[in-house]
Write a protein that binds this ligand. Structure first.
Ligand SMILES: Nc1ncnc2c1ncn2[C@@H]1O[C@H](COP(=O)(O)OP(=O)(O)OP(=O)(O)O)[C@@H](O)[C@H]1O
Ligand SMILES: [Mg+2]
Length: 448
């Protein structure tokens, strides 16, 4: 019992908990109501039963005293007596002298004090009363000719659930009340659920449609506050993007001017270096602008065959780096369709694959079918991996590790940032781990 209690967990959701407590309270109230009803019913039953037995016992006595002595026994046997009452003729009284008298409540219930009332010719010559079975009694009444009429009374056990229809009606009522509670709670919790869903949507897409601001006042207030907050976030993101675009744009003009001036340099070597630096700067600005524009958000989600997408990325990577074609492989199901933004998703996967090839010299893609509503795609390589402390840091924009500072092997340090942005916008994520055998494993997860 204690173990079962300690293993018991409240339902996780607010609605579940509310319904749980309401139903528990309903059960307590129903149990109390049922008990009150049953006690009342048992009381009434006892009273009616006692009255009937008392009346019938008196009838038996009248039969005994009025019948001729020779037919007395027969006539008593012919009486149809209710449950719990039996009478018999005997030479001896069933109640011995000095026997315990029946308790006062039994005396009162059966009106035993009335035994000696009535016309004198019907009164017993002697009456002895004794206790018998809980709630019952023994009475020995002496007939005028000396015989005894022994009356035995036992109260039948109480039957609180006398009628089946009552129980059925009670169960139906309880079930109806439980259903009503579940319905009401589900209705009440709907706005909370909607709010949670909207917050989740906003996390993936700042341009998600606003919440309806109707319903009960608290819900409307919360929805309004939420919409205002979403608007502020949108404006903040837009401002930031605009600022990045403006900086990028304004930097282009001085770079162009520098490029022109470089042409006038006499030292060929210095001029070449200068122009290559300027090229690099332009590339970085272009990448930054592309990142800031975030085209992914505008693309609509459609059903995408993830397996085919992975194969395409692998093929294109092999075409781009023919010398590494042998080290590129895809393993997974024939088809795996999910809802996604295909161009963005392809970019995310391509970024992971290009990193694996650039820093690990190989790219093995492994697609795992949905498990618990999540599809996983692992991209593994044979490179040096990333120091444990940097596994998260490399996701920040422009973060590049010492080893890859050489421009030949890498770009701007936005590849992982973009990949993670895209996957999170899909409701998924990407994490990096070092493989025990060496090399890096990037695992992208997506909702199936
Ligand atoms: N598979 C990998 N093995 C080892 N280091 C890696 C791997 N993938 C990424 N890194 C490290 O993480 C850094 C950030 O990667 P990220 O893809 O964000 O930028 P990048 O590849 O340098 O530039 P780009 O914007 O062109 O992708 C890389 O510079 C590299 O140091
Ligand atoms: Mg990269």
């Amino acid at each position: 019992m204690a173990e079962a209690l300690s293993r018991f967990r409240l339902p996780a959701s607010l609605g579940g908990r509310t319904a749980f407590w309401l139903i528990l309270a309903l059960m307590l109230v129903q149990a109390a109501g049922l008990t009150i009803h049953a006690l009342d019913r048992v009381d009434l039953q006892r009273f009616i039963h006692a009255r009937e037995i008392a009346g019938r016992a008196f009838g038996a006595w009248r039969t005994a005293i009025l019948a001729p002595a020779d037919r007395r026994e027969q006539m008593l046997a012919d009486l149809d007596l209710p449950d719990g009452l039996s009478v018999e003729l005997d030479r001896q009284p069933a109640v011995r002298v000095g026997a315990q008298p029946p308790p006062a409540d039994v005396m009162r219930l059966f009106r035993l004090d009335l035994v000696n009332s009535g016309p004198p010719r019907l009164r017993p010559r002697e009456v002895r009363l004794g206790a018998h079975a809980p709630g019952g009694f023994l009475a020995s009444l002496r007939l005028p000719d000396g015989d005894w009429l022994n009356i035995r009374v036992e109260m039948p056990p109480p039957r609180p659930w006398h009628s089946a229809t009552f129980l059925v009606a009670f169960v139906v009522m309880t079930v109806a009340a439980v259903l009503l509670i579940l319905w009401a709670v589900a209705r009440l919790m709907r706005p909370v659920r909607l709010l949670a869903e909207a917050a989740d949507r906003l996390g993936r897409d700042v341009n998600a449609p606003p919440l309806p601001e109707g319903g009960p006042s608290e819900v409307a207030t919360a929805a309004r506050a939420f919409n205002v907050m979403a608007g502020r976030i949108r404006r903040f993101v837009a401002d930031r993007t605009q600022m990045l675009a403006a900086i990028g744009h304004d930097l282009r003009t001085p770079i162009t001017r520098l490029r022109l001036r470089a042409e006038f340099m006499d030292d060929d070597e210095q001029r070449r270096k200068m122009l290559s630096d300027l090229d690099e700067m332009e590339q970085m600005i272009a990448a930054t602008l592309a990142f800031a524009r975030d085209d992914a958000a505008a693309e609509p989600a459609t059903p995408v065959d993830l397996a085919a997408l992975c194969r395409t990325v692998a093929d294109e990577a092999a075409d781009a780096r023919p010398e590494l074609a042998e080290a590129i492989a895809f393993e997974g199901p024939e088809r795996l369709t999910i809802r996604a933004r295909p161009i963005a998703l392809k970019r995310a996967i391509a970024n992971l694959v290009s990193n694996a090839l650039a820093y690990g010299g190989a790219a093995r893609l492994r697609l795992v079918p949905p498990e618990g509503g999540v599809v996983r795609l692992a991209v593994e390589d044979d490179g040096p991996g990333i120091p444990e402390a940097e596994l998260e840091a490399v996701f920040t924009p422009f973060r590049r590790l010492e080893a890859s500072r050489n421009r030949e092997t890498g770009g701007t340090g936005l590849g992982l940032t973009i990949a993670r942005n895209i996957l999170r916008a899909h409701g998924g994520d990407v994490v990096l781990t070092n493989r025990p055998q060496g090399g890096l494993r990037a695992v992208a997860s997506l909702p199936a």
